[in-house]
Design a protein around this ligand. Structure first.
Ligand code: 26W
Length: 740
């Protein structure tokens, strides 16, 4: 449902191998390629990790010569553009289509009708088949727009097919939107036909809103109708559909594809239930991206039934048969069955539907997949042995190294040749050159990248930063489990030490944040305000000038990530252990030669294994410790504050507005989160370990040969986290398709 594709021009030039010749040709015309890149829109068709992963995956599928299609929604408005005004996030429309999208081709001839609402007309035919007709439904026209996805150094060009609900331009009330009352702005959309107007900017909780459900059915129904008709037109035999088609659902947002395929096979192709079910389960794989309970989609029964009456019937029958199967098995008593049922507590539980309707369920990093299998979804993994597996995420090095960091890519070419471009696993060949010049060269390139970023920071925020300071960067969506709050607490502590004059061992540091908060997520927006307030205070204090600068860069998007990541010395990956399913920014920084400051969460665990304890800086509670606190209690944030004068100082400084604030109780949400609400993400608990870990960095960074060596080892061992490897594993273990 999300493809955060970013600017396409450079990706196309790299993958088709035309970049150099185009650059030359444009130069003859007096045109700089960089200027064209600037004109290329950055389509914000996703919220963050999940959407960006999908974009990396289709790049890798094409590059591994797998015939694969991305299916999504052509949102008229993507993720909002973020302004920071007086330290506050302000959302404005992402009007990415204000100029025609030169990369898309409208395929009106493949348009489909998607049916909403209506009544069911049923009758049993003489042949024992139940004939179902939908009448008085509301038809929505789905029109596909195709965006090419060329493989790297490959003849293959795949397609990203984005569906648009064609309609007159119905009012989308941005005045509500700018007030942050995002929901009403969305709900003001009157006609169903404007289903594809706007991407939901929430990346943590499914909005129980009718429009979201319509969007989910809209693109899954159009997409499946399209796949099926293309397969049949190609002479495919419907009973072999699963032998020629594999469909991977990206979280549960497309989970309606499961009952929709059943509907098409039974109501349109005339198959019996059992045959249709066998084909459906063999076709689908489900990727889970989060264990956060609030992110597990549940749709109210009445809303579901009314909008999708036939689909609801099918879900009910799927559940009836599932529950019957469970009750035949020993050890599945009533309460356990109730916990596993697809329909329960007045809702349809999409994760349960996705698990039952797929032949494979995977998490996105080993730790996450273990938690799914042994805890969150244990009931299912015991009932379906062999269904649960792990597919650790990956990133495309074609965008995140070759595209974003051309100087480093060139240095790697000069050191080990260009084979790594096609096979990123070859990056390990750098190892033997690390102490023979590659570390130094990578360090020098990092300095150049830092200088470019310093220029961008000056231009956008008027803050001058020193490229010889440590660039300590945290860029990701603003969510309390990602703990930007812990980072800014570390900054406040550092500032307090500067003011107290104990700067011995302190190395100059530029702490850089960039993050968007879901418009309705008040606590996250309060955290942005705190970061900006602290930044203003620190940056205007000349006593701090020699040691500390704090920057919040607005409007984090793919292009800004490409600009920041190559300049990272320290990659802040400090989520509460067990909460970050994987992370992918951690891999991007690693590939660009940053050292990770990490908790043992998500893919950080595997990065640590790859680089070894000498080349990563670890701290904080482990996943088991967090889970045990959550299960048995015993954590008292007030005691943490009482036992640490540094925390006492920071808390009272925030309360008293020492760093400044506009309103008296400006940061009550943050303080309540940490104290009254029990600090659910253990910010105070991990503070001491975090500060010690940060302090270690000063010593490491000042030993230039040691630090540059650590960076080089990270680059050399990052090939393992290429999405080419991840896609090869999906292809071998789940889709059963051949690849390069
Ligand atoms: C609005 C509904 C909703 C709910 C959850 C939208 C998006 C989600 C996703 C689960 C949020 C997400 O992006 N998860 C991130 O997925 C990345 C790719 O696998 C992981 O690297 C991140 O750890 C995970 O937080």
């Amino acid at each position: 449902m999300e493809f955060l594709i970013g600017k396409l021009l450079e990706n196309y030039l790299i993958n088709t191998g035309l970049k150099e010749v185009v650059e030359e040709g444009l130069k003859d015309l007096g045109i700089k390629l960089e200027d064209l890149y600037e004109m290329d829109p950055d389509p914000g068709l996703g919220n963050g990790g999940l959407g960006r992963l999908a974009a990396c995956f289709i790049d890798s599928m094409a590059s591994l010569d797998i015939a694969g299609t991305g299916i999504g929604i052509r949102y008229r408005y993507g993720l909002f553009r973020q302004l920071i005004q007086n330290g506050y996030q302000v959302e404005t429309p992402d009007n990415w289509l204000k100029i025609p999208n030169v990369w898309e081709i409208c395929k009106a001839e493949d348009a489909r009708i998607v049916k909403f609402g209506g009544n069911i007309n049923m009758n049993w035919g003489g042949d024992g088949h139940l004939y179902v007709e939908l009448e008085d439904y509301e038809p929505v026209l789905a029109v596909p727009y195709d965006i090419p996805v060329p493989g790297y150094d490959s003849e293959r060009v795949n397609t990203l097919r984005l569906w648009s609900a064609e309609t007159e331009n119905s009012g989308f009330d941005f005045s509500e939107f700018s007030k942050g009352d995002y929901d009403r702005a969305v709900e003001n959309i009157t006609t169903a036909h404007s289903i594809s107007n706007v991407l939901y900017p929430d990346d943590s909780t499914p909005r129980g809103k009718l429009l979201r459900l319509k969007q989910e059915y809209f693109f899954t129904s159009a997409g499946l109708q399209d796949i099926l008709s293309r397969y049949l037109k190609g002479g495919g035999n419907i009973r072999e559909f699963h032998l020629y088609n594999a469909i991977q659902i990206n979280d549960t947002h497309p989970a309606l594809a499961i009952p929709e395929l059943m509907r098409l096979l039974i109501d349109e192709q005339g198959l019996g239930w059992d045959d249709a079910w066998a084909i459906t389960v063999a076709t689908f794989g489900y990727t889970n991206h989060t264990i956060l309970a609030e992110a597990l989609e549940k749709w109210p029964l009445d809303m579901f039934k009314k909008l999708l009456p036939r689909i609801y019937m099918i879900v009910e029958e799927i559940n009836r048969r599932f529950v019957a199967e469970l009750s035949m098995k020993d050890g599945y008593g009533f309460d356990r069955i109730a916990k596993m049922s697809i329909i329960g507590d007045g809702a349809v539980k999409m994760a349960h539907l996705a698990i039952v309707g797929s032949h494979s369920v995977n998490g996105v990093a080993r730790l996450h997949s273990d938690i799914l299998k042994n805890k969150e979804l244990r009931n299912f993994s015991e009932f379906y042995p062999g269904k649960f597996n792990n597919k650790t995420n990956g990133i495309t090095h074609r965008r995140w190294l070759i595209g974003a960091n051309p100087e480093l890519a060139g240095a790697i070419d000069r050191t080990i040749g260009t084979g790594w471009r096609k096979d990123p696993g070859k990056l390990t060949e750098l190892e033997k050159f690390i102490d023979r010049g590659f570390s130094d060269e990578a360090y020098a390139i990092k300095q150049n990248n830092k200088e470019r970023l310093a220029g961008y920071i000056l231009k956008t925020t008027e803050i001058g930063v020193d490229k010889n300071s440590i660039f300590d960067i945290q860029v990701k969506r603003l969510h309390m489990y990602k703990r930007q709050l812990l980072n800014i607490f570390g900054v406040m502590d550092m500032y307090n030490r500067i003011k107290a004059g104990n700067t011995s061992g302190m190395y100059p540091r530029t702490v850089i944040f960039s993050a968007k908060a879901f418009p309705g997520y008040g606590l996250a927006k309060n955290t942005i305000k705190l970061i900006c307030t602290v930044a203003d205070r620190v940056n205007s204090d000349k006593e701090a000038a020699d040691f500390l600068r704090v920057v919040f860069l607005p409007n984090y998007d793919v292009s800004l990530a490409e600009r920041m990541i190559p300049a990272g010395d320290i990659s802040e990956q400090i989520s509460t252990a067990s909460k970050e399913a994987s992370g992918t920014g951690n891999m991007k920084f690693m590939m660009n030669g940053a050292v990770t400051l990490a908790t043992l969460d998500g893919a950080n665990v595997e990065i640590r294994e790859a680089v070894g304890d000498d080349n990563i800086i670890l701290f904080g509670l482990t996943s088991d410790e967090v889970i045990s606190y959550e299960q048995h209690g015993g954590y008292d944030p007030y005691r943490e504050v009482r036992n640490d004068s540094r925390l006492e100082a920071i808390i009272s400084q925030i309360r008293e507005g020492y760093f400044g604030f506009a309103g008296k109780n400006e940061f009550t949400p943050v303080l309540d989160h940490l104290l009254k609400d029990g600090d659910p993400y253990f910010v105070l608990k991990d503070f001491d370990a975090y500060v010690s870990a940060r302090d270690k960095i000063d010593g490491i960074y000042s030993d230039r040969s040691r630090f540059s060596r650590m960076c080089a080892v990270n680059i050399a061992r990052s090939g393992r986290f290429s999405s080419d490897n991840t896609i090869a594993a999906y292809a071998d273990d789940i889709w059963n398709v051949k690849h390069r």
